[in-house]
Design a protein around this ligand. Structure first.
Ligand code: BTN
Length: 259
């Protein structure tokens, strides 16, 4: 594991808070690494970033392809807010990442419920939040929010994921946004995090949603359903209609596909 002190110092200088920043050329998973720091008592706001991952992890037990050219970032939180508010961390992170990409890269990603960012119909970013509950108190001891962003498309492409995965820039575009984008995602997120309960970011979440008004399919209890998305509520739940019936899907329950 080779640390990159130059990049660490640059990101620190761009952050609004005085967080610990660890940048590696390669890690198995930034979430896994940060969880071990958290177990050893690392402070809220600690950040682990890698330029590639060998075992990047995604939602629902999937893997997350993490080639060079991407940004793989994990942020440690020790939320004092209610468990209900903590459920909103991922939605706030999705809006923060979309905003940061818009500010630094001048591209405007859409959000696909729950936490994927899309640009030109392809997934450019995913978020995995993992929490650890204190068995004594039943309270959330810490949460690691992990964000992967495909900044530049690899020269050899995304292989078998090439139909769904995309990047902010094509392989021949010159970019140097790694540090600015890392810091901006964290800076914007931390503002939302201070007032998670206010759910102020949900208005922008809805504006950026690529599902509202669309027909989607999803699998639940081994059954395939097709329904129309009516709305996303302030708890980031998906409100659907099927055969005149209203259905509410919780984040974490299913993944949906646009028809
Ligand atoms: C998904 O799309 O299912 C979520 C992907 C989350 C990937 C990020 S990259 C940084 C952090 N480290 C991981 O192993 N996963 C998250």
């Amino acid at each position: 594991m080779i640390r990159d002190n130059i990049t660490e110092n640059k990101i620190k200088s761009l952050l609004n808070g005085g967080a610990e920043v660890f940048v590696f050329d390669e890690l198995d998973s930034t979430n896994t690494y940060l969880k071990s720091l958290a177990a050893d008592g690392a402070n809220e706001g600690s950040i682990v970033i890698a330029k590639s991952q060998t075992k990047g992890r995604g939602r629902l037990g999937r893997s997350f392809l993490s080639k060079n050219g991407g940004l793989y970032l994990s942020l440690l939180l020790r939320p004092q807010s209610s468990a209900e508010a903590s459920l909103m961390i991922t939605s706030a992170a999705a809006v923060a990442a979309a905003r940061a990409i818009e500010k630094i890269c001048r591209k405007s990603p859409k959000i696909k419920w729950v936490n994927d960012l899309f640009l030109n119909g392809k997934k450019i970013s995913g978020i995995l939040t993992e929490g650890v509950i204190n068995p004594q108190s039943g309270q959330l001891e810490y949460a690691v929010v992990g964000i992967g962003v495909n900044i530049v498309e690899p020269k050899d492409g995304f292989g078998e994921l090439s139909n769904i995965a995309g990047a902010i820039y094509s392989p021949d575009e010159q970019t140097d946004v790694f540090c600015e984008l890392s810091a901006e995602i964290v800076n914007i997120f931390m503002e939302y995090y201070k007032a998670l309960d206010s759910k102020e970011y949900m208005a922008e979440y809805k504006e950026r949603s690529m599902l509202i008004g669309k027909d989607v399919s999803y699998i639940k209890d081994e059954m395939l359903y097709i329904a129309r998305v009516l709305d996303i509520d302030n708890n980031a739940r998906l409100i659907l209609e099927r055969n005149g019936e209203k259905i509410i899907l919780q984040a974490g329950e299913v993944s949906v596909r646009i028809n």
